[in-house]
Structures are given as C-alpha cells and as structure tokens.
Design a protein around this ligand. Structure first.
Ligand SMILES: Cc1cc2nc3c(=O)[nH]c(=O)nc-3n(C[C@H](O)[C@H](O)[C@H](O)COP(=O)(O)OP(=O)(O)OC[C@H]3O[C@@H](n4cnc5c(N)ncnc54)[C@H](O)[C@@H]3O)c2cc1C
Ligand code: FES
Length: 255
C-alpha cells in the first residue's frame, strides 16, 4: 500500500490535483520524462501518469492528475493520509537532454504537468528554456509560478482543441524549418512493460511501444492520424464506466 502524503488541487476549477505518494523505491530512480502506473485497489484499472516531481530523501514521488474519467475521478476523492494499492515505476525512458543548449518546451492543459519536470531538469542543467503553456481558460491554469522558475521565458496562452491535436499541429509548424521536435505521447497503456501492445504507435513507419520505446518520440516521424483514431477507440466504454462510480462511496477507498 502506498500512502498519500500530500494532496493539493492545482487550479481554481479543481480539475487537476497533485498527489505526493510515499514510494521510496520509485523515488530513488525517478527521472524527468518517465511515468508510473497506479491502481486504486486490487480490482482497479491500471492508470499511467507522469512523474511530476520526486524527493529522494523523503522517499516520495508526486504526480499531477486530471480527472478525465472513472479512475482519475475516483483518485480525486482520495484524501491525504489515505492509501492506494499500487504505484509501480519509474517506467519508460527518461527524456534525452545530452548536448541541448536551447529548447522550447510546450504543454497543453495537463500536458503542462507532464512537461514541467522536463523543463525544470533542463533549466537546472543550464539549458535555455522557453516554456509555452496552453489552456482552454484561466480557471484551469496550473503551475504558473513553478513554470516561471523552471524556465528563462514563460508564455501562457489559452487555446482550444485536444492535446493530441495540439501536438500534431506543433509538428506541422516546426517541420518546414527542420527544428528538432520531441513529443511525449500518452496512448492507452495497460501493462506498461512492452507485453500487451496496447500502447503501440507508428513512428517512422515502424511500430513502437510507447511504454518501453518512449514516451518521447520524434514528432516529425509520428503517425498522428492512427494515434488519434486509437485514442478514441474506447470512448463509449469509458463514458459508460464513468457513469458507474459507486454512488454510496463516490469510489473512495481507505487503506
Ligand atoms: C505515459 C503517460 C503519461 C501520462 N501522464 C499523465 C499525467 O501526468 N497526468 C494525467 O492526468 N494524465 C496522464 N496520462 C493520461 C492518463 O493515463 C489518463 O487520463 C487516464 O488513464 C484516464 O483514466 P480514467 O479511467 O480516469 O478515464 P477513462 O474514462 O478511462 O479515459 C479518459 C481518457 O484517458 C485516456 N486513457 C484511458 N485509459 C488510459 C490508459 N490506460 N492509458 C493512457 N490513456 C488512457 C482515454 O483515451 C481517454 O481520452 C498519461 C498517460 C500516459 C500513457
Ligand atoms: S502498455 Fe502494454 S505494451 Fe505498452
């Protein structure tokens, strides 16, 4: 069991919440760009979320989670001091930073939580960081102060559209200029260890597994059309599942 040491909503709309979890082994090895998979209980679904921060001495890892559907809504009802059943990681490859001098890190909505540790680590290593954050509206903006500290220049803007579409358009903008563009993909994942094939993406005409080959990939090589189609594949089931959160407990479980 893994204890929730801190719980804190990151915006006025309470759509994204930070959870600091006691997980000494994961904390010892976590790096920017990696993710963990948590389960609320033994019957729960496995949910991948990025490592947002870590404290190796305290033995904690923080994640920032948007209430997107059934399980993430249930997680938002978990309180400080409660326990969750599984917290496995770190998984995936850390973001490559070797040789970089000047970068632009772009995040949309909860994607800013995914991008934040990467910008922070790059800034710490002396790489010049411009951070562009996109949000649909002001009440859902997160991490403004933290992103300011993690970058040389911060540009916050509001946008419309999904994060997947935003990544696709970003790749289209940088392609003609030959600007190296790395994106962190978030396809459906199940085991997170390269066994199930659930997270497969086509990159440069080859099939890759985002959980072990990524989640970072060359944006100019990613087949976004198949990626966006696969992301919408379980929409009906996800909508149905979201209607079935236990009405007596709100899905909350205590350890
Ligand atoms: C590597 C990676 C890092 C991620 N990092 C974060 C993060 O830091 N913060 C955050 O809030 N979210 C993150 N996500 C997305 C998060 O996993 C989904 O929002 C979550 O699984 C939704 O589960 P649900 O049951 O609440 O919603 P559902 O109703 O099941 O789904 C809601 C949305 O989440 C997507 N989704 C559902 N299940 C999965 C799954 N197993 N894997 C990936 N996507 C799924 C669906 O395509 C759908 O768009 C990340 C995903 C990946 C793969
Ligand atoms: S999540 Fe199963 S292969 Fe990547």
């Amino acid at each position: 069991m893994y204890k929730v040491v801190t719980k804190r909503f990151l915006n006025d709309a309470k759509t994204i919440c930070l959870f600091e979890i006691e997980a000494p082994l994961a904390a010892r090895h976590a790096q920017a760009g990696q993710f963990v998979i948590f389960r609320l209980d033994e019957q729960g679904e496995r949910v991948p979320v990025s490592v947002a921060d870590w404290d190796r001495e305290k033995g904690t890892v923080s994640v920032m989670v948007q209430a997107a559907g059934r399980t993430t809504k249930m997680l938002h009802t978990v309180e400080q001091g409660d326990y969750i059943s599984d917290f496995v990681g770190p998984l995936g490859r850390a973001t490559e930073m070797e040789g970089l001098k000047k970068v632009c890190v772009v995040g949309g909505g909860v994607g800013c939580a995914i991008a934040y540790p990467i910008a922070k680590e790059m800034h710490k290593r002396g790489i010049e960081v411009t951070f562009i954050g996109g949000f649909r509206s002001a009440d859902i903006v997160i991490l403004k102060d933290e992103l300011k500290e993690a970058s040389d220049k911060l540009i916050m803007c509001t946008d419309d559209g999904t994060y997947g579409e935003m990544m696709k358009f970003l790749a289209d903008v940088t392609r003609p200029y030959g600007i190296s563009t790395i994106i962190s993909l978030d396809p459906i994942m199940v085991d997170g260890t390269g066994m199930c094939g659930g997270c497969r993406v086509i990159v440069g005409g080859e099939t890759k597994f985002a959980c072990v080959d990524g989640p970072d990939f060359d944006a100019h090589q990613v087949d976004f059309d198949s990626l966006l189609k696969r992301a919408a594949f379980y929409k009906d089931e996800q909508d149905r599942a979201a209607q079935h959160i236990c009405k007596m407990t709100g899905g909350k479980r205590n350890g």
